[in-house]
Design a protein. Structure first.
Length: 290
């Protein structure tokens, strides 16, 4: 005996009681998550290439600033929400229909959109982690001892300024750069550099660059002030980027939920926009579950 019964046109086959029933359709969820993660990756790579992101390798029309962080944060929110809205809509539109109360159908569609968001976030994080690991391995393989002296990125230029000299031919030893970096980091924090450490740094700069003690002390003061400003700017950008990331993920979850509901309504509506590709126009019956 057949496991399905005949229903009016448009209703589709319905499993009989006791038949296989699954409230989660993983096929549409996986498809929507892959689409959302792919669109998000492409748009974020495009933003990085044109210098829009804070971590862009080749800044074009600006240096990293608070305004750039705000613009980057807005881009992250819009792109993330839009990508997962499309993925959620796809999952809600292509999954099987349900012959249940409208509120229950709407909830199940939204739940599928939320699953698209969760799986897409996992895929995106895995992709970012793999990219960062590959980039770090490549940098470590090609970095010179001077570049790998332990200085944060925002202090690299200040260290170059600190040890700049017209008479020196040999590069500054990595140990001296690392020590100076640690002292500058202490100075840019909430604590001041102790007087003995500042005196030691003045002597190191004077001995390395050939400057007289007064000029070496003046340079240390200038570099320390510039390092504090660079650290403050980096902190502001990191805070803005962190809030933007959290807001983007929250907005993406809501967008995926509501877009999946819209996709479900279009799936069950006679006046839904058709999903046609090429010359395929045949509309088959969709299974409808209780």
């Amino acid at each position: 005996m057949s496991d399905v019964q005949a229903y009016p046109a448009g209703a589709g086959p319905v499993p009989t009681p006791g038949g296989p029933l699954s409230y989660i359709h993983w096929g549409p969820v996986i498809a929507g998550a892959i689409v959302a993660a792919a669109i998000w990756s492409v748009l974020m790579a495009f933003a990085s290439a044109i210098g829009l992101m804070i971590a862009s390798p080749s800044p074009t029309w600006r240096d990293t600033s608070v305004w750039l962080a705000l613009l980057s944060g807005l881009w992250i929110i819009v792109v993330t929400a839009g990508s997962y809205a499309l993925g959620g809509y796809l999952a809600g539109r292509v999954r099987s229909s349900w012959r249940a109360a409208s509120d229950e159908v709407e909830f199940r569609d939204g739940a599928h959109g939320l699953l698209v968001w969760a799986l897409g976030v996992v895929l995106s994080v895995a992709l970012l982690w793999a990219t960062a690991a590959a980039y770090s391995a490549a940098n470590n393989a090609t970095a010179s001892p001077r570049e790998s002296a332990g200085a944060p990125g925002f202090l690299a230029y200040e260290l170059d300024r600190l040890f700049r000299s017209e008479r020196r031919v040999e590069p500054v030893p990595a140990e001296l750069r690392a020590e100076a970096s640690r002292l500058l980091l202490k100075g840019v924090g909430r604590q001041e550099i102790p007087s003995e450490d500042r005196t030691h740094l003045n002597r190191v700069v004077a001995a390395t660059t050939g400057l007289v003690p007064a000029d070496a002390e003046r340079r240390v003061i200038q570099v320390l002030a510039a390092s504090r400003e660079a650290a403050a700017q980096a902190r502001r950008s990191a805070v803005i980027l962190g809030f933007a990331t959290a807001a983007a993920l929250a907005a993406a979850a809501a967008a995926a939920w509501f877009a999946a509901g819209i996709g479900g309504k279009h799936r069950d509506s006679e006046f839904a926009p058709p999903l046609r590709f090429g010359r395929v126009t045949t509309v088959g019956a969709r299974p409808t579950y209780p």
